[in-house]
Ligand binder design. Structure first.
Ligand SMILES: Cc1ncc(COP(=O)(O)O)c(C=O)c1O
Length: 383
């Protein structure tokens, strides 16, 4: 069968490889404690669930791409409370069916090779979707490494002007998956300056902005640079443990949002209206988010204690549900992950997430507190 060459060239999605390895260990009767995939298993807050149930209609038509005004207003109110930024609910926000599809298709909306905009810039190691979406859209992809010596921020000065000129979109993701590093506001300011100068869209994936431990991280929405087109992607998936609901948004530059409103009806719809009604409740409440942060904080402390006692270095890891752990003794990240897997503890080799991830493994703090304690016990002697 003939297939898209981009699909054919694509390596196995990393987690498929991980799943195969897990199966082999589980078949030996070892119970797994799975820090692999970043899919929260916490309970969604009862008020949010109830709002969804109460909104279930007898019939539901196609949800319109622009989403319910109530949802856009709830998102605007949240952005004002959280970042002090005013967003016009009518022109600056569009709800999306989770962030993933919106991130994937963004390059299709903005690439214009005929006018010289044929490049998408991404960072690595990374959540693979911005790059995959750019590849399917036919972009030339430029990867900027995230290195520990630069605080896991891309080195903007090392990028050639030609790359910025040809860039249609430049992706950043802070708090970062997988390094869990946070970007300071001056980083966004600098990038926005480049976006204005070279006319690319600064796309900021902020799916983890609410999972912080010391102080709330800033948003690219706060950038004041005039002429910079900024598009921020945020989601209820991690903030409110709602991955299965599929509820997120893109906010920022009005022309980008207008382009998305024109593009999105070609592809799909906004989230179901009962999901949007539940989302209004979710964006309007911070109590459940504080409880979620506290829970991740406790799990994080358990694992940080283990690594400290074992003399294993934890890098980055200022926010998010992830720990980015340096492989001890300079071994490969895949070999280290396999060693941990022998005890049933599943982690992601950093090399699965990009070449600069070699030398690290990622732990997603999604197992329960009890399971985290079991993992600590199993690893205590091993590390
Ligand atoms: C960096 C990053 N962005 C976006 C997403 C997508 O989130 P969702 O599609 O559930 O909104 C994820 C999910 O793991 C992620 O890690």
């Amino acid at each position: 069968m003939r297939l898209s060459p981009v699909l054919r060239a694509q390596a196995t999605y990393p987690f498929v490889r991980l799943d195969e390895a897990k199966l082999r260990v589980a078949e030996r009767g070892v119970t797994l404690v799975d820090f692999g995939m970043g899919d929260p298993r916490e309970k969604t807050d009862e008020r949010i669930v109830r709002a969804l149930v109460d909104a279930l209609p007898a019939t539901e038509g196609y949800p319109r791409a622009q989403g319910l005004p109530e949802l856009r207003e709830a998102i605007a109110a949240w952005a004002l409370r959280r970042f002090g930024v005013e967003l016009d609910p009518a022109t600056a926000i569009v709800p999306t069916y989770g962030s993933k599809e919106a991130i994937f298709s963004f390059a299709q909306v903005l690439l214009d090779p005929a006018s010289g905009k044929d490049v998408v810039v991404v960072t690595e190691p990374a959540y693979p979707v911005p790059e995959r979406g750019a590849a399917f859209a036919g972009a030339e992809i430029v990867r900027l490494p995230l290195l520990e010596e630069h605080g896991f921020l891309p080195e903007l000065d090392a990028v050639a002007d030609e790359v910025w000129r040809r860039a249609a979109v430049v992706w950043v993701n802070y708090p970062n998956n997988p390094t869990a590093a946070v970007a300071p506001l001056p980083f966004y300011e600098r990038l926005a300056g480049l976006a204005a100068e070279h006319e690319f869209v600064l796309a900021s994936d902020e799916a983890y902005s609410e999972l912080w431990f010391d102080e709330p991280p800033p948003s690219a929405l706060q950038v004041r640079e005039t002429g910079a087109r900024v598009a921020v992607f945020n989601s209820l998936s991690k903030r409110s443990s709602m991955t299965g609901y599929r509820s997120a948004f893109v906010a920022g530059d009005a022309e980008v949002v207008a382009a998305l409103k024109a593009f999105r009806p070609n592809v799909g719809t906004a989230p179901q209206e009962f999901v949007q009604r539940a989302s209004v409740v979710a964006w309007g409440d911070e109590g459940h988010v504080e409880r979620t942060r506290a829970l991740y904080g406790r799990k994080r402390a358990l694992l940080l204690g283990l690594f400290e006692r074992a003399g294993v270095r934890v890098a980055g890891s200022a926010a998010t549900m992830y720990l980015w752990v340096a492989v001890p003794d300079g071994g490969s990240s895949e070999a280290f992950a396999e060693r941990l897997l022998e005890t049933g503890v599943v982690v992601t080799p950093g090399s699965y997430l990009g070449p600069s991830g070699e030398g690290y493994v990622r732990l997603a703090l999604v197992p329960t507190e009890e399971e985290c304690a079991v993992a600590v016990e199993r690893l205590e002697g091993l590390l």
